[in-house]
Design a protein around this ligand. Sequence first.
Ligand code: ZN
Length: 239
Amino acid sequence: MDTAVKGIVLKTKDYKDSDKLITILTLEKGKILVKARGVKKPSSKLKAFCQSFCFADFELVESKAGYVLTGVNEIENFYNLTLDIDKFSYAFCVLEIVDKICAENQEYVNIFIDCLKCLQQMSYSSSDCRLILSKFILNIINYEGFNINLNKCSNCKTPLVGDLYFDLNRGEVLCSACKNFDSIELEKSVFSALKILSGCDYDKLSTVKFSSLILDKTLKLLTKNINFKFDIKLNSIEL
Ligand SMILES: [Zn+2]
């Protein structure tokens, strides 16, 4: 059966002598695995599109054996992300998070839209990529049903004032009376950054200014949280 999907290539893997297996996050079908036949041959017309970051309309044939790629209409290749090593590593981290969190053949419309917004912001805006990636992780945690409550202690429900702690395992902010073995101290500056980020959309991030140290600390906390919460290990980011 012929089918068409809008998607972003998350990763590719060599398969047999001249084929590739590409993992695509699609708007319509969630994360799918697609066989791209003959794309390692120099003459292949589809070769250029079987690369990470390619955002396109993909034409597929669906059979019992899975999806086979038959055509691509590229929308955006985010080529400029590959020209800047910092942007590239943060953008690659976005793809890695999506790949590790999304299960195959399950719809992820919100994550698809966020992933695209994130890559566009990293490509074209002046915002710091650490800020964009932190916003992305906050949203992903939210979409998966683990919203971080930044107003009340998640245990005793009192308003968050004084010394605060962050439970890395559960991704919850705790007051000093409720801190536990899994919690680390949450610096005031990082707590403020989380609050500002959670109330700010991607296109407004260029107006947000944090020091480089706070950006690193905020991203580190969120990355640790996502690793714990989803039981994954992100390889593309070293903090
Ligand atoms: Zn408490």
